[in-house]
Each structure stands twice: as structure tokens, then as C-alpha cells.
Design a protein around this ligand. Structure first.
Ligand SMILES: Nc1ncnc2c1ncn2[C@@H]1O[C@H](COP(=O)(O)OP(=O)(O)OP(=O)(O)O)[C@@H](O)[C@H]1O
Ligand SMILES: [Mg+2]
Length: 315
């Protein structure tokens, strides 16, 4: 691979959400701060919304890592596409609660409740993070609400953070779970990186990966990556990784825009952007030919008419 060619200790643009690469750009930093403040204030439900590949899972991991574990007990459920009882069991597993093999929902809720009260007595807050929350079935969301109902006179015994794609908002609009919706006290929206953030993001990840040389991605290459990725970090990573491979393949020391174009051509998820661009180009070419044809029309007509007159003239 290109690691030693560019003097890197590790690959800078993998698509796994590795917190050591976390780049605190505006929207992620605001969301992280909001979550930390909300967690400390003991609010019931929080939600973080963001498009595919924007960094929800990374933020969730960063948030969990930033909590003080003397103060918080946390449970992380990466895939909550589960029936209500299965979700409660998953929570119990994550919190290390022991339960008998055959247990019904009522008994399980009682066990959870006892655990929450014990934790509260020890001065610990319990916080549950659900990633991919847009996939949680409605009945399961309702059982989450029941779980978060457990409270003392002064505060909730369990806090829940939902990380999900924008479809989660539509799901929460379902009238049957309006009680849950009303309990969401903090909501954050993650936005894509802007052009200068993409620039810093790329150099940040390169620096974390051990790069110490001169600028590897010139402004034009970054601009090309930004245009095609729209600032979505996962797409930036994929394109930057492939552009580095293309540059390495040519033995180049710096990424040029042609390497980015090669990366784009090789990336299915950016083909839409290319197709749109290709379509615009085709449309413009057709438009230019049409305009040229129209402007030539009188002349052509004249020539043709003249030809007819000449050739067709019986006189
Ligand atoms: N703030 C950031 N700092 C560094 N890397 C980031 C940041 N945000 C996203 N990334 C990177 O972008 C990629 C996608 O991030 P992540 O998997 O967290 O997205 P996601 O929103 O959870 O996607 P999905 O909707 O598919 O679950 C990962 O490689 C992650 O490391
Ligand atoms: Mg994710």
C-alpha cells in the first residue's frame, strides 16, 4: 500500500469510525458539547440526526469515551432493529445484569428498575446510546419510553440518546409515540463539512496517521473532493484514500486533481455526481450545437434556397 511511500504510520482514510481520528469541526463539536451537558443535567431523551456517513457512530463513540466513567454507566446498542423484549434483554446484557433464562417483560423491567435504583444510590447515572435509531420499530420505541419512565422524585434513572438518519424524525412523528417525542429535551443536527473544513479535515487525518511532509493535497484536489463528496466525511475518506492510491500508482509525491478524478470514476457512490455533471455537460454541448445550428440557419436556408433557385430554375 501507499503508507511508506508517503511516510504514513497508518492508513489515514479508513471508513471505520476510529475516535483517534475525530476532527472537532463545528457541527460535531457543538453536538458533542450539547450531549455532554445534557447527560450531566440528567435529561431523559436526546437525539442526534445526521445523513448517511456524516459521522453519527463516530460521535456516539467519542461521546461515550468522553463521559466520566466514575459518574456514568453506559450501554451501547449498535443495531436496535429489535422487538421490545429483545431490546430490553440487550440493555440488560450491556449493563451486565444477570437474569434467568425464562423471564417475561414485567420481570425484566423490575430487574432493570432495581439496577437503576442501585446505580442511583451509588451516585451513578445510567445512559443508553442507540445507534441506527431510525430502524427501531415503533413498539420498541414505546418500550424505551417505559424504561425511561423509571425515575426518582428528582431525576430520571435512565437517559437515552438516539443517533439516527433523518428518517428517525419521520418515525418520531408517528402519533402513537407522541409521548416519547415530547420527552426529547435535546436535539442536534449534524451537518456536512464546508470547503475549508474539508481542507482541515484531510490534513488533520493525515497528521494523525503520522504524515509530516509538505502539503499532500493541493487546494485544487481538495476542491474536487469537496465538490463530489458534498462534505460528507465518509465520501471524503473514500475519495482521498483512492486518490492517494492513484498518486502512489504513478509514483507521484503529491495528489493532483487527475488522481481525484480517477478516484471519482472508481467510486460507485459518487457516480451520481458524475452522471449529473456528465448530463449537464451533454446538455450544454447539445445547447451549443443547437444555438450554432440556429445562427447558421438563415445562411443555410439561403444557400439551399439559392441552390434550388439555381438548379431548379427553368429559365
Ligand atoms: N468529525 C469527524 N472526524 C473524523 N472522522 C470523521 C468525522 N465524522 C465522520 N468521520 C469519518 O467518516 C466515516 C463515517 O462516519 P460514521 O460511520 O460515524 O458515519 P455514520 O453517520 O454513522 O454513517 P451511517 O449513517 O452509515 O451509519 C468514518 O470513517 C469516520 O471516521
Ligand atoms: Mg453509523
Amino acid at each position: 500500500m501507499y503508507g511508506s511511500h508517503f511516510g504514513l504510520k497508518e492508513l489515514p482514510f479508513t471508513i471505520t469510525p476510529d475516535t483517534s481520528f475525530f476532527f472537532a469541526h463545528s457541527s460535531h463539536q457543538v453536538a458533542l458539547n450539547t450531549l455532554l451537558v445534557a447527560a450531566r443535567s440528567g435529561e431523559g431523551f436526546m437525539k442526534v440526526i445526521g445523513e448517511v456517513g456524516i459521522g453519527k457512530t463516530l460521535l456516539c463513540r467519542k461521546f461515550l469515551g468522553a463521559l466520566n466513567h466514575r459518574e456514568f454507566v453506559t450501554a451501547y446498542i449498535p443495531n436496535p432493529y429489535l422487538q421490545p423484549m429483545t431490546l430490553l434483554l440487550a440493555c440488560a446484557d450491556e449493563l451486565g445484569i444477570k437474569y434467568p433464562q425464562y423471564i417475561n417483560q414485567h420481570q425484566l423491567l423490575r430487574l432493570l428498575n432495581r439496577y437503576l435504583i442501585d446505580s442511583y444510590a451509588k451516585g451513578k447515572r445510567v445512559l443508553l446510546c442507540l445507534d441506527e435509531a431510525q430502524a427501531i420499530p415503533i413498539e420498541t420505541l414505546e418500550s424505551l419510553r417505559l424504561l425511561s419512565n423509571l425515575e426518582t422524585e428528582r431525576r430520571k434513572l435512565m437517559q437515552v440518546v438516539l443517533f439516527g438518519q433523518p428518517e428517525l424524525n419521520a418515525r418520531l412523528d408517528n402519533p402513537s409515540i407522541r409521548q416519547l417525542k415530547q420527552r426529547i429535551c435535546f436535539a442536534c443536527q449534524l451537518s456536512p463539512l464546508n470547503m475549508s473544513e474539508v481542507e482541515f479535515y484531510i490534513s488533520h487525518r493525515l497528521a494523525v496517521a503520522g504524515y509530516r511532509g509538505p502539503r499532500l493535497f493541493p487546494h485544487r484536489a481538495v476542491k474536487a473532493i469537496y465538490r463530489v463528496s458534498n462534505g460528507v466525511p465518509r465520501l471524503v475518506n473514500i475519495l482521498a484514500h483512492k486518490a492517494l492510491m492513484a498518486a502512489f500508482g504513478e509514483g507521484a509525491r503529491v495528489v493532483a486533481d487527475r488522481h481525484v478524478r480517477m478516484a471519482v470514476a472508481d467510486t460507485e457512490s459518487t457516480q451520481g455526481a458524475l452522471t449529473v455533471k456528465a448530463r449537464i455537460k451533454k446538455y450544454l454541448t447539445a445547447l451549443v450545437s443547437a444555438v450554432t445550428a440556429i445562427s447558421l440557419l438563415p445562411l443555410t436556408t439561403l444557400v439551399l434556397t439559392g441552390a434550388t433557385l439555381v438548379t431548379g430554375s427553368p429559365v
